[in-house]
Write a protein that binds this ligand. Structure first.
Ligand code: MN
Length: 199
């Protein structure tokens, strides 16, 4: 989900639109487990972290209503939507697809998925990210412009969601660049922690 926190939309120089959330996709091979040491990716000079709540779908969902949407959720995880920001912004300026900026090797980091049967459906709680121990992102899940139910209901108008689908729900303000040697750590209250090292 793009621009799902108002302050992040502002730092990206755009106005969020609650009525019409928007999406991009990453290929399944981009998924990388928390704790990995990954290479600085090719083709960028502005490689960014984005800390996000991840929703793991566990059952079919098509044209579901908001009030039933959470029935399709298996669980939740911490995610990093790693982004080649320079390539994304160039594409945005030229009204081209975002794939080069978003959909590339080792760009979708994920922690262990914890079942909703154990932790419920987190709608509030701190979401934070630090680089080398310095706090960069700090917000609350309740600040999401579209919440988990709204996202699933909206997406399910366009796709047959099913078990195994992962939805990254957007990042708070405070995104920024990392360099080789940097260590990223993130946390979501009630969900867990995530880490990533850039080689
Ligand atoms: Mn993102």
């Amino acid at each position: 989900v793009g621009r799902n926190y108002e302050e992040h939309a502002k730092e990206m120089g755009v106005t969020p639109d609650k009525a019409e959330p928007f999406y991009f996709t990453k290929y399944a091979g981009a998924i990388t487990p928390s704790g990995a040491k990954i290479a600085y990716p090719p083709g960028t000079r502005d490689y960014h972290y984005e800390m996000e709540l991840v929703v793991a779908i566990g059952a079919p969902a098509f044209e579901v209503k908001e009030e039933n949407a959470l029935d399709a959720v298996y669980g939740y995880a911490c995610g990093l939507d790693m982004t080649r920001r320079d390539l994304q912004l160039t594409a945005r300026e030229k009204s081209r697809p975002w794939d080069l900026g978003k959909d590339f090797e080792e760009s979708a980091i994920i922690s262990e998925i914890v079942p909703a049967s154990k932790i419920g459906h987190p709608a509030k709680g701190a979401i934070t990210l630090s680089v080398n121990g310095s706090l960069k992102q700090s917000a609350d899940l309740s600040q999401m412009i579209n919440n988990t139910s709204e996202i699933i209901a909206h997406l399910s108008r366009f796709y047959h969601l099913d078990a195994g689908d992962l939805i990254y729900t957007g990042t708070p303000a405070g995104v920024g660049a990392v360099a080789p040697g940097d260590e990223i750590t993130g946390r979501i209250d009630g969900v867990g922690e995530i880490s990533l090292t850039i080689r």
